[in-house]
Design a protein around this ligand. Structure first.
Ligand code: GDP
Ligand code: MG
Length: 800
């Protein structure tokens, strides 16, 4: 039997984890290892993927992947105590508040004092040991699972003095900042990961960061409500042999539900300081900082790295690990890789580490023999055996230190919300409703209001500067450059800012609350048909609002391949700036069929997008989409501080661009439009360089029925901002467009406007995410597609 065959609510024990490569490692890292009890919770509304309960958290995977995991039904098996307990935990639904005495019990960590610095002989007292010189910059890596509260903690640690950039070579956000009040420190927020496997981009970035940039310390944030799985990463971090503190986050929820964690015991078992905190409530963060500074300053490495047990299943893994450690010791030292980490990764079959260690042929052979022997003795293949070794130790740690609450209130609340938001019949209507609400509020209410305000402000400022310049008798050209070029151009782009900020406000609410993960779960089946996964739906939807935030929001996508492909598809979603064009032309040419034409245009965009996706999938992005093995975190109230910080970052990012790329582009276009070929300043734009260029490209537009330099000019100006297509046309035609075009040319113009090169702000954001080459490719490709589609419209129109 496989996981796929389970009935809803049925539990089973994993007997074999199938699959290969990234997918399989992902299964193992998420705790789907032989012996784990898994319960099926529900199917997504479209029948795929499935949601499971694994070790008390919710995991989703696709049917095709669930099929690769063999299980034995718990009912069939002779029931061991613990199994029944595990499955009961899932089914029982104690109402909040009925948690009996649980809520009054005080967690052990409250009754036993947490050891301070230098207590219990475990840590150096200040002053002895071998501290780093006082002025050394203490660098930290902040590492943790996704949704463990990393962003929240990072914001608490650094306050506002942070810097955002990219990791070299990849567009994954990199945030640095000094710990507040500790100027000689630098914390780097690494991507949220579940393991240090060599598969996903994020995991490779994180391990390379620790291996190559050699931070002085690691701050490992652990979600205490989901401690079992979170400690899996901790095990691997301990092997890196870098001074480390464990921050047990979400302790407010643990104690609030009557659970407790014996922090002192856990410290003893892990060999590093463990500090209970609540990042959201800013509790324990000061203590965490003290410990972090202390371990890094005194370079206190983890006291233990050895988690394999010689009595565990005959000790096969233990013996193999130690044999490999001895075998590769000299190579590991030479390559600068912590030997214990290298050994366990080698046994897992990690090719990158094997390459980095540069073993000779004999050593490689011995390694292979050791691995084979371990597999034979343990009865599990190598990666499963290592994962199992780690999870056995974690189980041991948890059984000695963690008293789980009967039932978590947050979990029950999440399940209740999910009966609606991922329910079979309600999920999609709610999704549409929520997105519609977000769009309505952004574009019609809040964003539009703020935009109006900003526009008025910019207009007033423009007027002020205009009068000022006139009064000072400024040179005519300079005057025009400042007013018509910079103020008009940059101003029109700036007016996007409120929309973008508002959209991101809602988006980060959805993301931080845990809803986006559900959207991915619900929409995955649909998106997979075009080679993407569920998460891509969000950027695509935002694309109907504005391509700029859509492109920026692709950063929530976990894989580089999905991200690129999604960015290339966003321009096909007709943005709101094109609405004035549609409105204008339908009113003038097709007044009776306005609605029909608008709907048709939107649909045409979507269809072209789908066709392109299918094309990309066969050509540019042949690779597999990332395996969809994803956690559904509990719904949580997002912290305002996080949201505020994010908005500030996005706004700053956008402003930076508005004043660099867009500023330059504005000046260039203004120049082309205000000067003739003899470089003298002109009033009549039909003489301008732009008009001349438009005249040159006019033949290209002739087959589309658009062979008029004024139309070409307006389309070029549409590259600045789509809204300006209509205004340019009106100026150049002096209001007489209606008579200058036939209905067929109007239709072809509409189709062309729908599909051609996105505006400069959008192209700039593509450049920011994917580089100049891709940005140019997008601009060119969109024009080509637009031309073809408009030509087809002309051909069809010519038949009537
Ligand atoms: P990340 O994905 O690891 O960056 O996690 P976030 O910092 O975005 O946090 C995920 C969610 O958990 C957010 O809604 C936070 O408000 C919430 N959260 C973070 N820390 C705590 C905490 O200590 N207690 C509680 N109850 N919620 C928290
Ligand atoms: Mg986050």
């Amino acid at each position: 039997m496989t996981l796929k065959d389970l009935a809803i609510g049925e539990s089973a024990r994993v007997s074999k984890t199938g699959g290969n490569g990234e997918l399989r490692q992902h299964f193992l890292d998420m705790g789907v290892i032989p012996g784990t009890v898994i319960t099926k919770i529900k199917l997504a509304p479209l029948g795929d993927p499935i949601e499971f309960d694994v070790n008390g958290y919710e995991l989703t995977m696709r049917l095709a992947d669930a099929e690769k995991i063999e299980v034995i039904s718990v009912a069939e098996q002779s029931r061991s105590n613990e199994t029944t307990e595990d499955s009961k935990k899932v089914v029982s639904t104690l109402r909040p508040g009925s948690g009996t005495a649980g809520s009054t019990t005080v967690g052990t960590n409250k009754s036993t004092a947490h050891p301070g610095l230098g207590e219990g002989g475990k840590f150096h007292a200040k002053g002895d040991g071998d501290p780093l010189p006082d002025e050394t910059l203490l660098t930290y890596a902040l590492v943790g699972n996704q949704n463990s509260g990393k962003t929240t903690l990072f914001n608490q640690l650094t306050g506002s003095n942070q810097h955002v950039g990219n990791f070299p070579g990849v567009t994954v956000d990199r945030k640095d900042g000094a710990i507040r009040g500790q100027p000689n420190t630098l914390v780097t927020d690494l991507p949220g990961i579940y393991s240090m496997s060599p598969y996903s981009n994020e995991e490779i970035i994180s391990r390379n960061f620790v291996l190559n940039e050699k931070p002085r310390g690691i701050i490992n944030i652990v979600d205490a409500t989901n401690i079992h799985r979170n400690l899996y990463l901790t095990m691997q971090l301990l092997e890196m042999d870098v001074p480390m503190v464990v921050a047990l986050n979400m302790m407010d929820e643990v104690t609030g539900n009557g659970g407790s964690i014996d922090v002192n015991k856990m410290e003893e078992l892990l060999g590093v300081p463990v500090v209970p905190i609540s990042a959201a409530k800013n509790q324990g963060v000061d203590e965490l900082i003290k410990h972090a500074i202390h371990v890094a300053h005194f370079q206190e490495k983890p006291l233990r790295q050895d988690f394999c047990d010689e009595n565990d299943s005959g000790g096969a893994v233990h013996r193999a690990l130690h044999a490999v450690i001895h075998l590769i010791q000299d190579h590991a030292v030479k390559a600068g890789i912590p030997v214990r980490f290298a050994a366990s990764k080698l046994l897992e079959g990690d090719k990158r580490i094997l390459y980095a260690l540069d073993l000779d042929v004999n050593e490689k052979e011995i390694l292979e023999h050791i691995s084979l022997q371990m597999e034979a003795e343990r009865g599990l293949d190598r990666s499963a055996a290592i994962a199992d070794m780690r999870y056995s130790y974690i189980k041991n740690v948890c059984s000695q230190t963690v008293r789980k609450p009967h039932e978590s209130r947050e979990r029950i609340r999440s399940q209740k919300i999910d009966t609606l938001l991922t329910g079979k019949y309600t999920a999609i209507p709610f999704f549409i409703l929520i997105m519609a609400l977000v769009f309505f509020l952004t574009f019609n209410v809040i964003g539009a209001f703020l935009q109006g305000l900003l526009e008025t402000g910019i207009d007033a400022l423009t007027g002020l500067v205009d009068t000022g310049l006139t009064a000072m008798g400024t040179n005519e050209v300079l005057h025009a450059l400042i007013i018509d070029g910079i103020f008009t151009g940059v101003g029109s782009v700036l007016s996007f800012l409120p929309i973008i900020v508002t959209l991101f406000f809602f988006l980060s609410l959805l993301e931080d609350s845990g809803y986006i993960a559900r959207v991915a779960f619900v929409m995955d089946t649909m998106l997979r048909k075009i080679g993407l996964s569920g998460r891509s739906i969000v950027p695509l939807l935002i694309g109907f609002g504005c391509t700029v935030p859509a492109v920026m929001s692709t950063r929530i996508l976990p894989s580089e391949r999905d991200r690129k492909m999604t960015i290339l598809l966003t321009p096909f979603m007709s943005c709101t700036a094109k609405l004035p064009i549609y409105a204008f032309f339908t009113a003038a040419f097709f007044p009776k069929h306005g609605g029909l034409i608008m709907t048709g245009l939107y649909l045409l965009g979507i269809i072209c997008g789908i066709l392109n996706a299918l094309l990309y999938r066969k050509t540019l992005f042949k690779g597999e989409p990332v395996p969809f093995v994803m956690e559904l975190p509990n719904y949580r109230l997002p912290s305002l501080k996080n949201v505020g910080q994010l908005l500030w970052e996005k706004a700053k990012d956008f402003l930076e661009r508005a004043f660099t790329v867009i500023f330059m582009a504005t000046i260039v276009i203004w120049f082309l439009q205000s000067f003739n070929l003899h470089l003298s300043f002109i009033e009549d734009s039909s003489q301008s360089i732009l008009a001349k260029i438009a005249g040159l490209i006019e033949p290209i537009f002739r087959p589309l029925g658009l062979g008029d330099w004024r139309i070409c000019t307006s389309l070029i100006s549409g590259v600045m901002a789509k809204e300006s297509v209509v205004s340019t046309l009106q100026i150049l035609f002096d209001g007489g467009v209606n008579t200058a075009l036939s209905p067929v040319s109007a239709a072809s113009l509409l189709v062309f406007s729908l599909l051609y090169c996105p505006c400069i702000a959008a192209v700039a954001s593509v450049k920011r995410e994917l580089g100049t080459k891709w940005a140019c490719a997008v601009a060119f490709w969109q024009c080509a597609i637009a031309w073809i589609c408009a030509f087809i419209v002309c051909l069809i129109g010519g038949l009537f």
